[in-house]
Design a protein around this ligand. Structure first.
Ligand code: CP
Ligand code: NVA
Length: 299
């Protein structure tokens, strides 16, 4: 049977996304220590970039489901010395049961998946971060119920997280308003594919108006360190602060995938304030990914 991969959210149907959210909520409240459907199964984790949440949540998720996870740094494997991706995918997937990859180029996960015999999960690429959206949406459902028909505001860079929010809006049917500086818009094809439910603006205050969820991310993503200064200047008016949150709905939530830079994309009083659910969001990486691993690996 052909493996099912999870490279972007669009690898799921709307129903599957909804079911994963419900299953994640269920797993979170379960005390069943005997439930080990992934006994003897091993997840290979390939990281070209740093990670705290993704690495720990996948590793612990596998352990809790009865399996194991191994960390494969390109620095210490032949991947970093130029062994072809196709060969590496064939070899690694002949031994492990699932592969999670965090890479610079999205093309890398696509190619790896083409040659892998087992499911490949995107743990972040320059274009998408679908695992984070599983956790974000779980968090919204837990706090406020169904997100269909609600308004979500993305403030900041049109980056991998923004792209995944666009895909989530398509699948879960919410309105997404994106406020980004000129020149930092999301990819036009992705934006266009989402149709009328996604709008692009350049004014954070207008974008936040009566919104149910305000979310943001760092101004310079991993790999963009050389642009840091230029980006600080370009994004200067795109901080989620108290004024922006006051423009949103009174019960609006604030999310951030983390790591965050207080005083840049978000003020300390917002991220550490009562509307912020960032710690639930981070914890839910574990529960949402357990639901994903179960979905991909348990028949
Ligand atoms: N949000 C997120 O993916 O965090 P890490 O980079 O720590 O994995
Ligand atoms: N956009 C950020 C997300 C980190 C989890 C990055 O790619 O660095």
């Amino acid at each position: 049977m052909k493996s099912r991969h999870f490279l972007t959210l669009l690898d799921l149907s709307s129903d599957e996304f909804q079911a994963l959210i419900q299953r994640a909520i269920e797993l979170k409240s379960s005390n069943d220590l005997e439930y080990e459907p992934l006994r003897n199964q091993v997840l290979g984790m390939i990281f070209e970039k740093s990670s705290t949440r993704t690495r720990i949540s996948f590793e612990i998720g596998m352990i809790q489901l009865g399996g194991n996870a191994i960390f494969l740094s390109p620095r210490d494997t032949q991947l970093g010395r130029g062994e072809p991706l196709e060969d590496s995918a064939r070899v690694i997937s002949s031994m492990v049961d699932c592969i999670m990859m965090r890479t610079h180029r999205h093309d890398t996960v696509i190619k790896f998946a083409q040659y892998s015999k087992v499911p490949v999960i995107n743990g972040l690429t320059d274009r998408f971060h679908p695992c984070q959206l599983l956790a974000d949406m779980q968090t919204y459902f837990e706090h406020r119920g169904d997100i269909a028909g609600k308004t979500v505001t993305w403030i900041g860079d049109g980056n991998n997280m923004c792209h995944s929010y666009i895909n989530a809006a398509r699948l879960l049917d919410f309105e997404l308003r994106i406020a980004c500086p000129k020149g930092y818009e999301p990819e036009p094809e992705l934006f266009a594919a989402a149709g009328e439910r996604v709008t692009l603006m350049h004014d954070p205050m207008a974008a936040a108006e009566q919104s149910d969820l305000v979310t943001t991310d760092v101004w310079a993503s991993m790999g963009q360190e050389a642009e840091q200064q230029q980006r600080m200047e370009a994004f200067r008016h795109f901080q989620v602060d108290r004024t922006v949150m006051r423009n949103a709905a009174p019960d609006a939530l604030f999310m951030h995938c983390l790591p965050a830079h207080r005083g840049e994309e978000v003020s300390a009083d917002v991220i550490d304030g009562p509307q912020s659910v960032v710690w639930d969001e981070a914890e839910n990486r574990l529960h949402a990914q357990k639901a994903l691993l179960e979905f991909l690996l348990v028949a």
